[in-house]
Ligand binder design. Structure first.
Ligand code: DGT
Ligand code: MG
Length: 242
């Protein structure tokens, strides 16, 4: 039974240092463990910024961000890594081996655990094809791993760490529809019980989410299920129809 990973934002306002206007304005929501919360909205709406507050890359100027009732500003960096797994919109690798990248959040993970995470992330095949497998070297700007492969490695890295909260920032839109469907089917099992927040562009990716938040201009302008929003929310209908 899921009991941990509840994310709660209360009246959060945030602006980037030096910027005149806030990027998020009075954002409140709860994301429950065992559920998927999807966030959709036009470019610049503030989706990535929202995730960066949950993963505490920034602190809000007003309001609070809490996980299981504890303000994220009270969590240390190390603690944070085991609580929140962020799969960034621009996935990055550290210079090192594929294995060391995958173990970043949990150094004691076994090879078997890495392969299982790779299987779920639809990355096992290409890693197996590398001459050195998990010991293949990658570099930050390296070209021996494609953008799509980088993304899958970042998903696998988050799975290995087994956080309470997963934040997927637009992680699926570059995948072909079949791979997207396979990946998310496996993810459902691998992340069961955790809180999953998915920023997405494709309606097919978020259709089945327990809760969808519609963002526009730094505010949450709608929330509900796909069917509820189709019925009630003009912004959502515009996104779905575009
Ligand atoms: P996307 O990924 O294109 O769909 O857009 P979102 O919804 O992820 O938007 P986000 O959060 O990246 O940006 C929201 C606003 O904040 C947008 O006007 C650009 C601005 N912004 C984003 N990152 C930074 C930053 O690092 N510094 C400053 N000054 N502004 C930023
Ligand atoms: Mg973004």
């Amino acid at each position: 039974v899921p009991t941990a990973g509840r994310v709660e934002l209360r009246d959060v306002t945030f602006g980037y240092p030096g910027a005149e206007r806030p990027v998020l304005d009075g954002v409140s929501f709860v994301a429950e463990p065992g559920q998927t919360t999807a966030i959709i909205g036009s470019t610049g709406a503030g989706k990535t910024t929202l995730l960066s507050l949950v993963s505490r890359q920034y602190d809000p100027q007003q309001g609070s961000v809490a996980i299981d009732g504890v303000s994220v500003s009270d969590l240390g960096r190390h603690e944070m890594a085991s609580v929140v797994g962020l799969i960034p919109q621009k996935p990055y690798l550290f210079s090192g081996t594929i294995g060391s990248n995958l173990r970043f959040g949990r150094p004691e993970a076994t090879d078997a655990e890495l392969w299982e995470a790779l299987r779920v992330a639809q990355g096992a095949d290409f890693v197996r094809e590398k001459t050195h497998g998990l010991d293949e070297r990658v570099s930050q700007g390296g070209t021996n791993v494609s953008g799509g492969q980088r993304q899958r490695l970042c998903i696998a890295r988050a799975l290995v760490a087994r956080p309470r909260v997963y934040l997927f920032d637009d992680s699926f839109s570059a995948l072909d529809v079949a791979t997207d469907a396979r990946l998310r089917e496996g993810l459902g099992e691998a992340t069961a019980g955790a809180t999953v927040i998915i920023v997405a562009q494709r309606v097919s990716t978020i259709r089945s989410a327990d809760q969808i938040l519609v963002m526009d201009g730094g505010a949450v302008v709608g929330r509900g299920t796909h069917d509820e929003l189709l019925e009630s929310n003009e912004t959502y209908r515009e996104i779905v129809e575009s």
